[in-house]
Design a protein around this ligand. Sequence first.
Ligand code: GDP
Ligand code: IMO
Ligand code: MG
Length: 436
Amino acid sequence: MPNVVCIGAQWGDEGKGKIVDCLGPRADLVVRFQGGPNAGHTLVVDGEKTVLHLIPSGILHEGTLNLIGAGVVVDPETLLQEIDGLVERGVPVTPDRLRISDRAHLILPVHRALDRAREESLGEAKIGTTGRGIGPAYEDRVGRAGVRICDLLEPDTIEDRLSLHIRERNVMLEKLYGWPTIDVKEIIKAAREWGERLAPFVDDVGVTIDRALRANRSVLFEGAQGTLLDIDHGTYPYVTSSTTLAGGACAGAGIGPTRIDKVLGITKAYTTRVGGGPFPTEDQGQAGQHLSVRGAEFGATTGRKRRCGWLDLVVLRHAVRVNGITSLALLKLDVLTGLRELRVCTGYRADGREIENFPASLRVLRACEPVYVTLPGWEEPIEHVRSIDELPPNAADYVRFIERELEVPADLIGVGPDRDATIEAGNPFDTPSRLS
Ligand code: GDP
Ligand code: IMO
Ligand code: MG
């Protein structure tokens, strides 16, 4: 069976949770490979909403094994809360349904404090992080000063690593930012409890995936954030601290690139962004307001209002290229209902020049003016539509325009938040796709 990587093609919140949940029954394993509790993935089943931050979005399906890979930064407090929340609602979370890589790094209270202290000190220049400690935890990981899940299982190791680590970080908190320090003893005590509770879930996740692949099982890799938040190929420094691209699935899960068959790029039918940083097609007028209200555009993790704007094909072309996207999931098409005209950005212009590729420099990007084409909108509600032929002609034309421009088929089209509110125009597990 083919193995598919699902990634966000924009600035996050494209609807990855919905799509992974929707495809869940076709996968034996669902693997998160990067990011941490900065993610907020929403699943809606028969009107009931579940928001996941660390647990992979296959958890609602009985036969699916959910894995948290080595590339994820795990906040044990958030993870335990998430497990308890699901169990309370009758969703079993047992080691035969959830495993956590022994190599994954921990987010500690000191990371959360540093994240917030740094943002506060940046003032106007702040990144607008989720405040979940993501940046500082990844810094410690590459700085070889991190604490890993496997350390939690060794009381002596964890004590040594934590003492050293927190003492150093406390100096930063206190001397640089004037923030209260973290009590080392309290964290060591908490870490013992985390270790006891999480021990049954700890696994060598790369080995588990390899075994499944050898047995011809199907694996779905679930990205977090989105392409433009990628540490290398995003709008740096207004990005997150991990590799959000499809390529990141390999290192983050612990498999080789030869095991990946397809890449499903998930995008909204328009664009949103939460936090600071450039957003060329942002619309602060009536259309933006329509998208914000009809799309209920508030962050699933922080509750912040998302900035809204038109679909940007420069962004999506960049995403198709850097991820090797083989098909698209085009979500929230229903949100466009009622807009008389739809603008789609097909290119940028800066200083009288055409800009073909998404620029690295924020100064160049800020000078870019989007070039729009205008397509006719539609008035009919489309939430009930389950086949592309039943869409209003202008809605079907909007989808076809995007497919043609990107040269990638839209296999899935979202017409509502519910798992079932999806048009399956093609099968993202199939090769070849419709357009090829
Ligand atoms: P993720 O982070 O990529 O998983 O996306 P989020 O869950 O943060 O945000 C996507 C939001 O859009 C959630 O509230 C979803 O329930 C909702 N959603 C997903 N697909 C659709 C769709 O096709 N139509 C509508 N109206 N809402 C959708
Ligand atoms: P999902 O997986 C949207 C944004 C933050 C901020 C920047 C850095 O739900 O799509 P961080 O806390 O990661 O250091 O913040 O990245 N951000 C997201 N935006 N969706 C997300 O995740 C995000 N995770 C981080 O708003 O701009
Ligand atoms: Mg989200």
